[in-house]
Design a protein around this ligand. Structure first.
Ligand code: SAH
Length: 217
């Protein structure tokens, strides 16, 4: 097993930000700063730590994956976050995307349907000293009404269509980013914006995410 020094991980993040993130057009300084500072290697299984800064997704257990760094940066930039924002994430997985959000905004609420992953994410966030994320285990389809409305919502698993309750929990001026489409055909990242109580949508990149699953009734 290869363990690298903290300095080594920092220089790997610098290279990741230059070669994978800036070079593909991400310019939001808050996003670049978060990608540079959040220790991504603490969010992957021990035996994959040396690969944490490579340009692809990685397996995190339970058949799930942590997204490629560029996709995390891209989705985060599209949310146009402000430091005072409250953000909801559906699909906590490793907790890495939540950590990136938490570096930028005031508070993050995140829901994960697989109990083992919800627990692992809590531990990962603790290891990374991130305190402004609340993790809940459950089906995120209905959002988190107790903490709504949210300035931004990010979904990191792909349903066929955006869940209506999530659009309802967006604040005025809020943005929601989500991969939509079936397991077998092309999925697209969709961006929704609520303005004057109307929802506008925009199709962004073709992507490939794990499926959005539902709790059995
Ligand atoms: N954002 C994660 C990526 C996780 S992959 C990270 O940074 O590591 C997507 C996650 O969504 C998986 O862990 C999967 O279990 C979870 N998921 C799928 N359907 C869900 C649902 N209905 N509610 C909450 N989580 C869900």
């Amino acid at each position: 097993m290869v363990y690298l020094s903290q300095q080594n991980y920092l220089s790997r993040r610098e290279i990741m930000v230059e070669e994978q993130i800036k070079s593909r057009g991400i310019t939001d300084t808050a996003v670049l700063n978060a990608m540079l500072n959040v220790p991504r290697h603490l969010f992957v299984p021990d035996d994959l730590q040396a690969m944490a800064y490579e340009d692809h997704p990685l397996e995190i257990g339970e058949g799930q994956t942590i997204s490629q760094p560029y996709i995390v940066a891209y989705m985060t930039e599209k949310l146009k976050l402000k430091p005072t924002d409250r953000v909801l994430e559906i699909g906590t997985g490793s907790g890495y995307q939540a950590a990136i959000l938490a570096y930028i905004v005031d508070s993050v609420y995140t829901i994960e349907i697989i109990p083992e992953l919800a627990l692992m994410a809590k531990e990962n966030l603790e290891k990374a000293n991130i305190v402004n994320v609340k993790v809940k285990c459950g089906d995120g389809y209905n959002g988190w009404p107790e903490h709504a409305p949210f300035d931004a919502i990010i979904v990191t698993a792909a349903p066929e269509n955006v869940p209506r309750p999530l659009l309802d929990q967006l604040a005025e001026g809020g943005r929601l980013i989500i991969p939509e489409g079936s397991r077998h055909y092309t999925q697209y990242l969709m961006l929704y914006e609520k303005k004057n109580n109307k929802i506008r949508s925009k199709r962004l990149l073709p992507v490939r995410f794990v499926p959005f699953t539902r709790e059995k009734e």
